[in-house]
Design a protein around this ligand. Sequence first.
Ligand code: PHB
Length: 389
Amino acid sequence: MIFRSILAWALGLAAGLPLAAPAAAQETVKVGLIATLTGPQAASGRQKVAGARLYMAEKGNMVAGKRIELIIKDDTGVADVTRRHAQELIVNDKVAALAGFSLTPLALAVAPVITQAKTPAIIMTAGTSIITERSPYFVRVSFTLPQQTVPVAEWVAKEGAKTAVSLVSDYGPGIDAQDAFKMRFEERGGKVIDQLKAPLANPEFAPFLQKARDLKPDVLFLFVPAPTAGALMRQVIDRGLTSANIRVVGTGDITDDDQLNGIGDNVLGLITSHFYSAAHGSAANQKFVAEFKKANPGMRPNFIGVSGYDGMHAFYEALKKTNGDTSGDKLVEAMKGLTWESPRGMMTIDPQTRDVIQDVYIRKVEKKDGELYNVEFDVVKQVKDPIHK
Ligand code: PHB
């Protein structure tokens, strides 16, 4: 077989046909998945690798006549490492696309690299609104913080809350979340009396939680990146905030499916808004959760796992639409406007912004079959990022 294709190639050469590598060498299309697999954000990388691998295991690795190869790199959560991996994957491995990006600064670090190389990069976690504006080659399948925050701000206002304090990690997505919370809560007649910010690197929340408690707001709104949620929520419980007549709410990052059981029963009843829950009742999600658990014993998919899965879907569908053409411009064009049923519900890549449009659910922590879950009880349909439309 190989001999025959080399022979055909040599004959082509002899016939003066355009120089082309043997067919076999052209048929692999590579995707570089840059995940954070070590350090404090390692839970993020574990989820997105599991989600991406599950998609490939289910759908096979042949798309539009090409064999898809996933190359996985660990950026350890350090932006310089993310950028170096991106450069090497593009230059040495000649990937058709990059994917991953567990933290906003890691996504921002590759923006100039992908723009220059015209290589698409599928964001599977990082949630600061501005990211997709930093390169026309970014496509996001995860979420933005304002998109997730506005529904819970509306919900607490509707429940009659008048005053609130926010506490967020002090970097891009945290600032987006606190601003979106204040904007919508105050539009609905509430007042944010303080906006507290804790450093991302050293998650010592006690002094901020004490301050929040002393301010006696009706509501405490929280956001931290999901892998930090366990540390935050244990301190929230230790400080007695869940029993202090303050309604603690947040984006679903703080009751992330990956961490929730480890946080414990004190978070029962906690309300969050988010785009994914392992308890989502659709047939597509039940199948996804069952397959994910089978392939990853001891793990439950969270919003990062489902974004790894959906990120591969976006790439597969784009490559089908281009008939296997891996030009970066064509792939990005093909991803614009894609709509599909994800385990999370229906989702669309906004053709204008390349950002994700999706349902955002209001959920309550409940116990089912001895485990904690975010049980959805209300939904805001097909939410666009409310800040950078
Ligand atoms: C981010 O850095 O943008 C980020 C990371 C983890 C999250 C949310 C946002 O859970």
